[in-house]
Ligand binder design. Structure first.
Ligand code: ADP
Ligand code: MG
Length: 744
């Protein structure tokens, strides 16, 4: 063996060599029979069977019943299921689909599926294509290995999945196979929600109930329902798959547990909105085509702040569908990245010291009405008439009320091991929940609070406040605060603190729940005032004024990244929960449980089970990281350092024997010291890991992991990163930040 040069870097070098010869992959965009490339609108949704197509293919009465089911959120009636199933089957088979699956969202953050072929044996023993109504409506996956947080005991391990007809069925293509996916909820035999989607749908119903009641009370009687809308901006990193495979930490935990900072980071600010590299552009185009086929309206693509970080954002949709679509986006990102020899990193903080990734949840509410003038109106859109503006202010007040009252619960909804590394870092919203409204709106609320409009009549008040100019002013993007976790951006709120790998279902469920409570509170106060004989407009403005005064603490217009805000927030009594275990505690506080049960979103047992599942997931994530770090230290970092140190030591000894002073002596000594240090940190890691093992409960274990173990991991990493900076490049086995982030 040649000991004079390191072998450790061979694999890294090979990846870099391969990179130089890699060309952007060309893909086959859909074409017509003459070979003309189709416009997006010509193939958009070709792999979904949506309401428009159902209307075409189904008998009128069946379609009406289906539509009613969708609006009321009830389970599909078995009578029409057979007809609907037949239409779906014919459509799917004509597209070459062989299998179907109920596609559901267990509490793992991703989706689950179990495929069945469309076949059956008929009475003459022949195989035929068959898909019954009951197969469409319901299926019974063996559910015992999905997290349930104690909702299911092992003797009744089965739950069932049920089609959610409000979300269109779609065909997933993979390696030449086609599977019909039926978006479904996942429920235990006692009716407990075992998944992410059931709670979301219940929260949408709660929000609709309470917002509609407010609308009716203020005279908007044409509103039949209110539907929360959601547009999910998805940030992600792309690195070459060759590098990814050489990093056990990325493969196992999604983030790098080691790695020194590159000399150039994002300080030059040259990546954000910069030109997209050709290989990435090819990837994006193919990913978007796949999504268009599935009826996912992705609209925007751009570079993000960090090197190798990107974003894709869709046109907003109903929250339930947007959530399904975001799951599909994450799945398609992964799938298409493979074809381009990329690895997509959805983790909130794949690279320490480099900008993290979020999933900005743009959220608003839209009116469903029979009349065309009201239908589709955005409740958070400031209007053009005094009355529309009163409606806007009432809705805004309701959201403020809800967020103020349930800030802790909202924080719990975004808590995860990954997001802990991002929240509070100085490029992400802090762990403190606050609301940004923008200059103008802030001033308006302050004036309402000061009472300058009291007794003026709504017309005069609105004119004085300048609310009628809002739509124009709000479109101006200069009044933006990118540091706020919950920012009003003209006609919607942007909940930015959600992690990039998270399912949006739970955070949005909680936003809906909080807002529903705000609406309930605002409506009840308004009704009291009306009962005491006040005029509607006066009663409205008075209610808004009360809410503005009560919710002042969560309004913050300044820089959320600053140290002053942390101090100021503490003074205001706002929570600043930095780590997942303490944040999750907020879910099981009395106020949270009371809200979620009163709104019929979760039973108390369901809340506890969700808490349990999340604590357990946190513990598992940290244990995986811990084991991976141990493995990397023991089998990669230390051996590389020993080898290099050994070589230097030998050279020093040889020089000494020859009577010369070796110039390597200083480096050898420094590495020797660092290695000693690393071994100590390695032992400390072992000790904290024993402490985690010995914890008396899962909650306690989570706490030990979030404090002792995390600290020990950071300390071991620091030494390791120092070693990376002086060990000869030839010896270092792990792809470096500068390679992963700057070469593609
Ligand atoms: P910006 O926030 O930069 O103004 P956009 O207007 O494109 O960008 O919006 C960002 C995201 O917000 C997009 O996904 C968009 O569809 C979504 N969005 C816009 N209006 C609404 C709405 N009323 N409800 C929910 N999401 C919305
Ligand atoms: Mg963004």
């Amino acid at each position: 063996m040649n000991t004079s040069s390191g072998q450790g870097a061979t694999a890294r070098r090979e990846v870099i060599r391969d990179l130089l010869s890699r060309t952007p992959r060309k893909f086959d965009p859909p074409r017509d029979e003459n070979g003309r490339r189709l416009k997006i609108s010509e193939f958009y949704g070709m792999n979904t069977f949506d309401l428009l197509q159902m209307r075409e293919k189904l008998p009128k009465d069946v379609f009406s019943k289906l539509q009613l089911t969708i609006e009321t959120g009830k389970k599909l009636d078995a009578e029409i299921a057979t007809t609907v199933a037949h239409a779906i089957k014919e459509w799917a088979i004509s597209k070459g689909v062989t299998h179907f699956t109920h596609w559901f969202q267990p509490q793992t953050g991703s989706t689950a599926e179990k495929h069945d072929a469309f076949i059956s044996i008929d009475d003459r023993n022949r195989v035929i294509e068959k898909f019954t109504g009951s197969q469409l409506i319901q299926s019974e996956p063996d559910a015992s290995s999905f997290p349930s947080g104690g909702m299911r005991t092992t003797f009744e391990a089965r739950g069932y999945t049920a089609w959610d007809p409000s979300s269109p069925v779609f065909i997933m293509e993979s390696a030449g196979t086609k599977t019909l996916c039926i978006p479904s909820v996942f429920i235990s035999y006692h009716g407990d929600a075992l998944d992410e989607k059931t709670g979301l749908m219940r929260s949408m119903a709660a929000l609709s109930r309470h917002a509609t009641e407010l609308l009716h009370t203020i005279g908007v009687t044409g509103a039949r329902r209110v539907v929360p809308t959601l547009g999910v901006e998805q940030e992600y990193f792309l690195i070459d798959r060759g590098f990814y495979q050489l990093r056990p930490d990325l493969v196992m935990s999604g983030r790098s547990l080691l790695g020194g900072q590159p000399p150039k980071g994002q300080q030059l600010e040259d990546h954000y909105f910069g030109a997209i590299p050709a290989r990435v552009q090819a990837f994006m185009a193919e990913m978007e085509h796949e999504l268009y086929k599935l009826g996912v309206p992705v609209k925007t693509r751009h570079n993000e702040v960090a090197p190798s970080q990107f974003e894709t954002a869709p046109i907003f949709e109903e929250a339930n569908i947007a959530t399904d679509h975001n799951q599909i986006v994450m799945e398609v990102l992964r799938k298409v990245s493979l074809r381009h020899h990329f690895a997509v990193l959805l983790h909130e903080k794949p690279f320490a010291g480099v900008n993290g990734s979020g999933k900005h949840n743009n959220w608003s509410m839209s009116i469903a009405a029979s009349g065309p003038d009201l239908d589709g109106e955005n409740l958070l859109d400031p209007g053009k008439t005094p009355h529309e503006n009163v409606r806007f202010l009432m809705c805004l007040a309701s959201v403020l009320k809800g967020v103020h009252k349930h800030a802790g619960l909202l924080r719990a909804g975004i808590a995860s091991a990954g997001n802990d590394h991002r929240l509070g870092a100085n490029e992400a919203p802090p762990a403190i929940i606050s609301v940004f409204l923008g200059n103008l709106l802030d001033r308006i609320l302050n004036e309402i609070e000061a009472g300058s409009t009291a007794g003026k009549g709504v017309e005069a008040a609105v004119i004085q406040l300048g609310v009628s100019n809002l739509p124009e002013v709000m479109k101006d993007n200069t009044d933006r605060n990118r540091t706020s976790p919950f920012a009003f951006t003209g006609n919607k709120f942007e909940f930015r603190a959600v992690g990039s790998s998270a399912s949006t279902a739970f955070p949005v469920t909680l936003v809906n729940a909080a807002a529903a409570d705000g609406f309930a509170e605002v409506t009840s106060r308004l009704k009291q005032k009306l009962a005491s004989g006040k005029k509607l407009d006066d009663a409205c403005l008075e209610t808004v004024r009360e809410v503005v005064m009560e919710t002042k603490a969560i309004r913050f217009e300044g820089n959320n990244y600053s140290e002053e805000w942390v101090k100021e927030a503490a003074k205001r009594g706002l929570l600043n929960l930095k780590k997942t275990p303490e944040a999750l505690d907020q879910m099981v506080q009395k106020g949270s449980i009371e809200l979620l049960t009163r709104m019929d979103i979760f039973t108390e047992a369901e809340v506890h089970s969700r808490h349990h599942v999340r604590v357990e997931r946190y513990v598992k994530n940290l244990l995986i990281e811990l084991d991976t770090l141990r493995l990397m230290l023991d089998t990669q970092v230390m051996p590389a350092c020993f080898a290099y140190h050994g070589q230097l030591a030998m050279q020093v000894a040889q020089a000494k024997a020859a009577g010369i002073t070796a110039p390597q002596a200083g480096v050898a000594e420094r590495i020797g010291k660092l290695l000693g240090n690393l071994q100590q940190k390695r032992e400390a890691l072992e000790a904290t890991s024993k402490k985690a093992e010995a914890a008396s409960s899962e909650d306690e274990r989570a706490r030990v992991l979030s404090l002792d173990v995390s600290t020990a991991m950071v300390e071991a990493r620091a030494v390791c990163d120092e070693l990376e900076a002086i060990v000869a490049d030839d010896f270092w086995p792990l792809p470096k930040y500068r390679e992963m982030l700057f070469l593609s």
